[in-house]
Design a protein around this ligand. Structure first.
Ligand SMILES: Nc1ncnc2c1ncn2[C@@H]1O[C@H](COP(=O)(O)OP(=O)(O)O)[C@@H](O)[C@H]1O
Ligand SMILES: O=C(O)C1=C[C@@H](OP(=O)(O)O)[C@@H](O)[C@H](O)C1
Ligand SMILES: [Mg+2]
Length: 167
């Protein structure tokens, strides 16, 4: 079984928040690859970055996404950088992938000082801008649909994603 829907997008677009609420609305399982990675590694993401570095995190992430796509049956939220891997972009083909889009002002406000997101620990605004510029084409490449989240409450975004799904 494949996930009902896979959520992608920049940090702060709401993948985790919207994904959890959407799964509850649909009455299906919620899975977040960041949580799977933390379980695999036995430590929080910031500690993986400190102890082993980003490359190791990305290796764990590729494995976590592949496992979740193969075994997931509900709503699946990816980490914002998962689409950087060509292997992951290829694995997403054939799935319903919703890009939760967000522009810099809302993303910056939502992630604040980047707590729990090691890439944003230093200078979150400039780093987010750079990440978003680099990744925008990749989110567009993998997405089957896009839902705009700027200025919208999570519940509105949940309703819009739910409306895209077959009943
Ligand atoms: N549509 C929204 N409007 C306002 N705040 C939001 C929205 N979606 C998420 N948030 C808030 O932004 C922060 C980041 O959300 P999160 O779900 O962790 O994003 P992601 O998983 O995409 O990085 C959380 O504090 C969350 O409550
Ligand atoms: O953008 C990124 O590279 C990352 C985003 C994070 O997930 P969210 O997008 O859920 O914040 C998490 O996977 C890790 O800190 C790296
Ligand atoms: Mg998240």
């Amino acid at each position: 079984m494949a996930p009902v829907v896979v959520l992608v997008g920049a940090p702060g677009c709401g993948k985790t928040t919207v994904g959890r609420a959407l799964a509850a609305t649909l009455g299906v399982e919620f899975r977040d690859t960041d949580t799977d990675i933390e379980q695999m590694a036995g430590k929080p993401i910031p500690e993986i970055f400190i102890d082993e570095g980003e490359a190791h995190f990305r290796t764990l992430e590729r494995a976590a996404v592949a496992a979740a796509l193969a075994g997931g049956t509900g709503v699946l939220a990816l980490g914002g950088g998962a689409v950087l891997a060509e292997e992951t972009r290829a694995a997403l083909i054939g799935h319903r992938v919703v890009h939760l889009s967000v522009e810099l002002p809302d993303a910056v406000r939502r992630v604040g000082l980047g707590a729990g997101r090691p890439l944003l620990a230093l200078n979150p605004r400039a780093t987010l801008k750079h990440l978003m510029d680099q990744r925008r084409p990749l989110y567009a490449e993998v997405a089957t649909e896009t839902v705009v989240t700027d200025g919208r409450a999570p519940a509105q975004v949940v309703a819009e994603v739910a409306a895209l799904l077959p009943r």
